[in-house]
Design a protein around this ligand. Structure first.
Ligand code: FEO
Length: 173
């Protein structure tokens, strides 16, 4: 279980890196709202990595960090980037599901309970990405639509989820 969670720490940090890369592209293109959404997303992924990190420590395991793969650096447009977000989050969901399978198979009840938070989180993450992809498909090549969307995504604010490690400023779950 600890080895699998160590892999997940890497996957969460890769997610943060991926969204930071998207953030850089949209920042450069002047789509500050989309860049803001990616920034908040990257911050959330970092807190996910910390949550797994703290769990390993709490259970008396050893955290072993590995190299983080370099993310892509270019997407054709906002729709392509968000399609990538949706696809990536579906992949992360499968990783979390695999962790849950291991916890169940090994009758590791503490990990089952811990992982439930991530199962729920992934439902939200996938729904949020699908919602934006749907809107961007409707917008198509309409610059005014993209302008409105950029404004909407610029309103996203980072808030620390309940149950996050106290060192990050989080409270009890
Ligand atoms: Fe950490 Fe986007 O899942």
């Amino acid at each position: 279980m600890v080895a699998a969670i160590n892999e997940q720490i890497n996957a969460e940090l890769y997610s943060a890196y991926l969204y930071m890369s998207m953030m850089a592209q949209f920042e450069a293109q002047g789509l500050k709202g989309i860049a803001n959404w990616m920034r908040v997303q990257a911050l959330e992924e970092t807190t996910h990595a910390y949550k797994f990190y703290d769990y390993v420590i709490e259970r008396g395991g050893e955290v072993k960090l590995k190299a983080i793969e370099g993310p892509p650096t270019e997407w054709a447009n906002a729709l392509a980037a968000f399609e990538h977000v949706a696809q990536h989050e579906a992949h992360v969901t499968s990783l979390i599901n695999n962790l849950m399978d291991i916890a169940i198979e090994t009758k590791d009840h503490a990990s089952t309970s811990f992982l439930q938070w991530f199962i729920d989180e992934q439902v939200e993450e996938e729904a949020a990405a699908a919602d934006i992809v749907g809107k961007l498909r409707l917008i198509g090549d309409n610059p005014q639509g993209l302008f409105m969307m950029d404004k909407e995504l610029g309103a996203r604010v980072f808030t620390l989820a309940a149950g996050m490690p106290a060192a990050l400023g989080g409270g009890a779950a």
